[in-house]
Design a protein around this ligand. Structure first.
Ligand SMILES: NC(=O)c1ccc[n+]([C@@H]2O[C@H](COP(=O)([O-])OP(=O)(O)OC[C@H]3O[C@@H](n4cnc5c(N)ncnc54)[C@H](O)[C@@H]3O)[C@@H](O)[C@H]2O)c1
Length: 342
């Protein structure tokens, strides 16, 4: 009988292609980033491309992402961009897979919920199949939404969550939960090297301007001189991680020895009213705040417990909300064509 390895795994990882072990190729790491034309994905690509030993392939269907986010790499000899939907199989020879492909904003993932769940389930199956075939290590960007409307606060990785299986957000929340299950089943059954990050709210330049996520909403509204729409009751909390911190955490997780799941996020907790006030102070103190109705299944509290990330990855966020918001303001000003008043 096969000897049991860690996590109930009964098989060693599949062997990478012989070419990958040859002297000529050894120094190069070929990395696939699915969803690499999106917000977090494009910042991850920037960071990976800084290392001259990395070759990066992006596969993206451009549903929420854009070529513009990757403009500076198009034509670069170590970079390739493929228009590809992860719900279809992909055959490429790679050493690592960062699997990010999935719309992250409720406006987009609720637009076609059946497609969202297909992306999470079939897309993850396809990427795991690829990882198995080529012996690649695969990292899934899961989400704090797997905790649902949490009954424990802050959320530790051991918490199993409180998720509505039939709600309007379930295509995303349950989709990611199944994706995590698939990752662990491939790990146990086929020995695939897996990494799972549970990402909490992340913000920064290149977020879609009208994607309905609270930081982008408030900044765009303040710049347009429109009221900041705070969903009732306004006391619900979120934590916000700046994108460069998130990218650093993802790379540490991929390079480290732990499968996860590991929470990545900023434990600083803000109510929606506090966030609105911070944006007003930064951009326009005269802009009014308007209370609007909340959306169904909106979690009341969200705050990561990042003890594991600190211990296992030596990671914690460095950029505070007050430092990150102006960087995002600058990017939104450029894209909206609203110059700063002298
Ligand atoms: N931003 C956050 O706060 C946050 C929080 C938790 C988890 N995440 C996860 O991080 C990942 C990236 O999020 P983001 O904020 O950059 O979102 P994003 O929408 O900007 O990026 C997602 C990318 O995936 C692509 N994509 C979507 N469906 C696809 C498909 N079927 N085939 C190929 N490409 C597809 C999109 O075109 C886009 O480029 C997602 O998996 C998301 O669930 C993000």
């Amino acid at each position: 009988m096969a000897k049991e390895l860690s996590n109930g795994v009964s098989k060693p990882p599949p062997t990478p292609s012989p070419l990958r072990n040859s002297k000529f190729f050894q120094s190069n790491m070929r990395i696939l980033v699915t969803g690499g034309a999106g917000f977090i994905g494009s910042h991850l690509v920037d960071k990976l491309m800084e290392n001259e030993k990395n070759e990066v392939i992006v596969a993206d269907n451009f549903f929420t992402g854009s070529k513009d986010n990757l403009r500076k790499w198009i034509g670069h000899p170590r970079f390739e961009l493929i228009r590809h939907d992860v719900t279809e199989p992909l055959l490429v020879e790679v050493d690592q897979i960062y699997h990010l492909a999935c719309p992250a904003s409720p406006i987009f993932y609720k637009y076609n919920p059946v497609k969202t769940i297909k992306t999470n389930v079939i897309g993850t199956l396809n990427m795991l199949g690829l990882a198995k075939r080529v012996g690649a290590r695969i990292l899934l960007t899961s989400t704090s939404e797997v905790y649902g409307d949490p009954l424990e606060h802050p959320q530790k990785e051991e918490y199993w969550g409180n998720v509505n299986p039939i709600g309007v957000r379930s295509c995303y929340d349950e989709g990611k939960r199944v994706a995590e299950t698939l990752m662990f089943d491939y790990h146990r059954q086929h020995g695939i090297e897996i990494r799972i990050a549970r990402i909490f709210n992340t913000y920064g330049p290149r977020m879609n301007i009208d994607d309905g996520r609270v930081v982008s909403n408030f900044i765009a509204q303040a710049l347009r001189g429109e009221p900041l729409t705070v969903q009732a009751p306004g006391t619900q909390t979120r934590s916000f991680c700046y994108v460069s911190d998130m990218v650093d955490g993802l790379i540490r997780l991929m390079e480290g020895d732990n499968t996860g799941p590991i929470n990545l996020g900023n434990p600083g907790e803000f109510t929606m009213m506090e966030l609105a006030e911070a944006v007003k102070e930064l951009i326009d103190p005269n802009v009014p705040v308007k209370n609007v109705e909340n959306t169904p299944d909106d979690p009341r509290q969200r705050k990561p417990d990042i003890t594991k990330a600190k211990e296992l990855l030596g990671w914690e966020p460095k950029i505070t909300l007050r430092q990150g918001l102006p960087l995002m303001e600058e990017d939104f000003r450029q894209r909206l064509g609203v110059p700063k008043k002298a």
